[in-house]
Design a protein around this ligand. Structure first.
Ligand code: BGC
Length: 387
């Protein structure tokens, strides 16, 4: 089972100093099994709400958080909501009713959990926003995530690198082709706070090249609202790409050179549309398509020269930070933030812990993903996380 595999990976990730300290503290408080040896029965219940199992990453996240908490001596209620907002609301209500002492939540719609958070606050349950910022509520105590703006910067940068405009160091390439290059833009779900950060970060890099006409967006669709894909759905991205191909690239000589795609699942929908339209056959090269999450299915496409890049966000490290934050609260302490400015949720700036991310292309895939143990060689070769 993938679950077991990720559990093992989660445990490996726990072998770092900071968490080892809090595990020791927890063991000392009577988990009974000694440092890190908790049996998950005496440390109290922690609710972990994840959005969906249709993205590999959330399964990995959920399982890594669960195994980290269990290792620290807590009992865990892990739920996936099938990307359905009422389901997630009910799951969190149920966690509170079952006596959860802390909540770790990756929201579907960042604004839809107000009443759950009020109930949590009334019961003194700390709430950790996981990867996605929960908005419009003061009852969010901490946020663990990656540097989301930087993810977008990296996506924009890798699009330019793939087109040959920048070199592998992100500098203007000495032999940069003049262009113009035709690109199309995609963004994530508008109700996910991250989607705007990714898009703004990417556009900060791409806009100057659009302004000087090195890059052209033939559809003219450049604003976030128009290019966003509701609920990050693969079919939505495939359909929008098909529509763009029909509306803008049919009956003329225009072809697409690059696509800003904000997540691997969407990249695959976009690539399917392109391949169905004949890209990748004969002289019609597959455009440079970006991604995010280093999913096995996309790692394979990168190895096979189909997808150009992804952004590696090590979910093992994010899970570890969530566990550190939860244990801090449960031990009566405040978790340590490394950013107290960026993430204003509309009501307050939520203290955050941001992790760095890495651009992955075919050149560094093995070093970043396989050598680090994030994916096995077999998983990359098959494009599937091992069962
Ligand atoms: C996450 C991405 C993920 C996307 C779709 C975002 O909030 O940060 O890693 O690709 O959701 O699930």
């Amino acid at each position: 089972m993938a679950r077991k595999l990720w559990a093992t990976r989660g445990l490996a990730a726990l072998a770092t100093g900071a968490l080892a300290v809090s595990l020791t503290a927890c063991g000392g408080e009577g988990a009974g099994g000694g440092a890190g040896g908790g049996d998950g029965e005496e440390g109290g219940l922690v609710g972990v709400a994840m959005p969906t199992q249709t993205y590999e990453r959330w399964i990995a996240d959920g399982n890594a958080v669960k195994s980290g908490l269990e290792e620290a001596g807590y009992e865990v209620d892990l739920q996936f909501a099938g990307d359905d907002i009422p389901t997630q609301q009910q799951q969190i209500d149920a966690m509170i009713n079952k006596g959860a002492e802390a909540l770790i939540v990756a929201s579907i719609d960042g604004t839809a959990l107000g009443s759950q958070l009020e109930a949590a606050a009334a019961a003194d349950i700390p709430v950790i926003s996981y990867d996605r910022l929960i908005r419009d509520s003061e009852n969010v105590d901490f946020y663990v995530t990656f540097d989301n703006y930087q993810v977008g910067v990296q996506q924009g940068t890798s699009l330019l690198t793939g087109l040959g405009i920048l070199d592998e160091n992100g500098e203007e390439a000495a032999d940069a082709p003049e262009g113009p290059f035709n690109i199309e833009l995609f963004a994530g779900s508008p109700d996910d706070n991250n989607a705007g950060f990714f898009f703004d970060g990417a556009m900060s890099v791409l806009q100057p090249y659009i302004d000087d006409k090195t890059l052209v967006v033939p559809s003219g669709q450049t604003d976030f609202g128009t290019v966003a894909i509701q609920r990050w759905e693969q079919e939505g991205a495939q359909e929008r790409m098909e529509n763009l191909l029909t509306s803008t690239y049919t009956g003329n000589d225009e072809t697409i050179d690059g696509v800003l795609a904000p997540a691997d699942v969407l990249s695959r929908g976009i690539l399917t549309a392109l391949q169905n339209a004949g890209y990748g056959e004969g002289d019609l090269e597959i455009p440079v398509v970006t991604g995010q999450d280093a999913e096995a299915a996309s790692a394979k496409l990168i190895q096979d020269d189909v997808q150009y890049s992804t952004i590696f966000k090590d979910t093992r490290l994010l899970a570890e930070q969530a566990v550190i934050a939860a244990t801090s609260f449960l031990e009566g302490n405040e978790p340590e933030a490394n950013d107290t400015e960026t993430y204003d949720n509309g009501v307050k700036v939520v203290p955050s812990y941001l992790l760095p991310t890495v651009i992955v292309t075919k050149d560094n895939l093995e070093a970043e993903l396989i050598d680090s143990g994030y994916l096995t060689e077999d998983e990359v070769a098959s494009g599937q996380v091992d069962e």
